[in-house]
Design a protein around this ligand. Structure first.
Ligand SMILES: [Mg+2]
Length: 181
């Protein structure tokens, strides 16, 4: 069975410019390209799960969101198929949504569809909704410091839930997955 990394986008793979919608603003977190390449070579499937309430709020369109993904994939330079699937939840908080984190539906669907090894898979992100999402799906979660600052309440949640914290995604892949490049 295949292990997988479920990745938050903003604040994890690219820097979190609030409600980013202009492809010209897309900036990769340094080292992510090499780290994701090493993960793919080690046999991990990569997925993105991103909450994009800016669409539901009318701040930007699906096309704007897709253009940012296209730019991110271009900057990564690992081919168009680098991510097995990408899912965005466009709803604002508090309205019914199938996929908005921390709902684990996307992870559960992907685990079944691709026969993923849940026990060897991770959800990585910068916010509590990311960490909760992974735990809700029964996989492991990890935190990165490249996005929203980790507030005291976040820190207590991380400690209580025994979720490891890393400076960035490459540090997670090096430190937790023990991959080198
Ligand atoms: Mg984020």
């Amino acid at each position: 069975m295949t292990p997988a990394l479920f990745l938050d986008r903003d604040g994890t793979i690219i820097f979190d410019k609030h409600h980013i919608h202009n492809p010209g603003d897309v900036r990769l977190v340094p080292g992510v390209r090499e780290a994701l390449k090493a993960s793919l070579e080690a046999g991990y499937k990569l997925f993105i799960l991103t909450n994009q309430s800016g669409i539901g709020r009318g701040y930007f369109t699906w096309d704007d969101y897709q253009a940012c993904n296209t730019r991110m994939i271009e900057l990564l330079g690992l081919g168009k198929e680098v991510f097995t699937e990408i899912k965005a939840a466009p709803e604002i908080p508090g309205v019914p949504s199938l996929y908005r984190k921390p709902d684990p539906r996307f992870i559960n669907e992907m685990v079944a569809k691709y026969r993923l090894a849940g026990s060897a898979s991770w959800m990585i992100g910068d916010r509590q909704s990311d960490w909760e999402c992974g735990l809700n799906a029964g996989i492991k979660s990890a935190a990165v410091r490249t996005g929203k600052p980790i507030e005291p309440e976040d820190a207590s949640y991380l400690q209580k839930s025994e979720i490891p914290v890393f400076d960035d995604l490459p540090a997670f892949i090096r430190g937790e997955l023990q991959l080198a490049w």
